[in-house]
Design a protein around this ligand. Sequence first.
Ligand code: F6R
Length: 369
Amino acid sequence: EKGGYDTFMEKEIFDQPHAVGDTLLGRTDEAGHLVLDELRISEEQLKNVDRITVVACGTAAYAGMVAKYAIEHWTRIPVEVSLAHEFRYSDPIVNERSLVVSISQSGETMDTLMAVKHARELGALTISVCNTHGSTIPRESDAVLYTHAGPEIAVASTKAFLAQITACYVLGLYLSQLRGGTFADDAQAVMKELHEVPAKIEELLGTMGRVQEIARFMADTRSVLFLGRNVGFPIAMEGALKLKELAYIHAEGFAAGELKHGPIALIEPGQPVFVVVPGPDTPHELHKKVVSNIQEIRARGARTIVIAQEGDEDVVPFADEVIRVPRTSPLLQPLLTVVPLQMFALHLSTAKGLDVDQPRNLAKSVTVE
Ligand code: F6R
C-alpha cells in the first residue's frame, strides 16, 4: 500500500502532482471560467462578503497564510488568518458579511470545528476546505470545497497542504471573477498557469538527490532556521514545523525582514539557514531584498541553503547550497518551494533512524481541544 516507497510520507510527497491536479479538476468550464456550483451559496451572498477570516491549525493554517496573499491580491477583500483555537477564545470581528473559511485535512480537528461553530453563531457564512468526505467540519459548515489529495496517512501533512493551497486559490479566483474587479480578467490566465504546476512538481521531485545528501550530513544538527518573505514566509514556517515534527530538531521560520529586528543575533558560524527566495519577477523588489538578507547572514557565518528559481544566478555568490525549483509566477511558487523542505525533513528523520510516519507525541487528527 506504500506503492514501493519506504514510508507513507514519501509516497504522499510523490503524490503531490496528483493532489494539485485533481483539486483543480472540474472547477472550470470549457472557456476556462471558474465554476463552483458545488458551493451551493448564491452569488449574491458571496458578492456581499466584505471580509474573509481563515481558521485552521498547524500546516493548514500555513496554507491559509499563503492564501491570504493571493486572495487579497486577486479580490481586494481583506483576509485575516486566525489559529482556530485563538479565534474561538477571542472576540473576533465577524458578522453576516464575513466569510469564514476553515481549512482542515481531516475535517475532525476539534479546535477548527469549534471555531466554525463560533463563526456561525456570529452570523458568518462558513466554507470548509476539507480533504475528508463525510467528516464533521464540512457537515457543520454552510458549504464545502473539497481538496482531492486522496487519503493522507502519514501524520505529517504534505500533499494535503498543496491541495489546500490549490483549493484556496480556486476560491480566490472564483471570488475575483464573481466580483468582476480589475483582476477578474486575469483569473483564467492564473488558472492556466496553475494547471501547469503538477508537471513542474513532477520535474522537481526528480531532482531531490542533493537534498537527501544535505540531510544526511546534517543528522547531528541541533537547530535550523528558515527565512522567507511574502508567500515564502509561511513556507519558511512550514519547513520549520516539518523539521520539528519529523526530526525533533529545534527549528524556526522567520519573515526575512524581521532578521535585523532580533533573530539575526542567533546567527553564528555554521548555523544552517534555509532561505526561500522569491523569483526575480516578484513585485516590490523582494528578490533583491532576500538576496541581501542571504548576504547579511552569510557574512556572519551562516551556512546558507538557498531555494531559488532556475536561472536565478544572483543567489549563487552567497549560497553554500542552491536547490533549484522550476519557474512559475510569484504567487504560485509555494506549491514548488515547499517540496524540498518536506524532503529535507523526511530524509533527516530517516537519517536519524526515526519513525517518519508516526512521530512521537503526535496523532493524525486532533479530536480534543
Ligand atoms: C503538520 C500537521 C498538523 C495539521 C493540523 C491540522 O504536519 O499535520 O499541523 O496540519 O493538526 O490538521 P487538520 O488539517 O486535519 O485540521
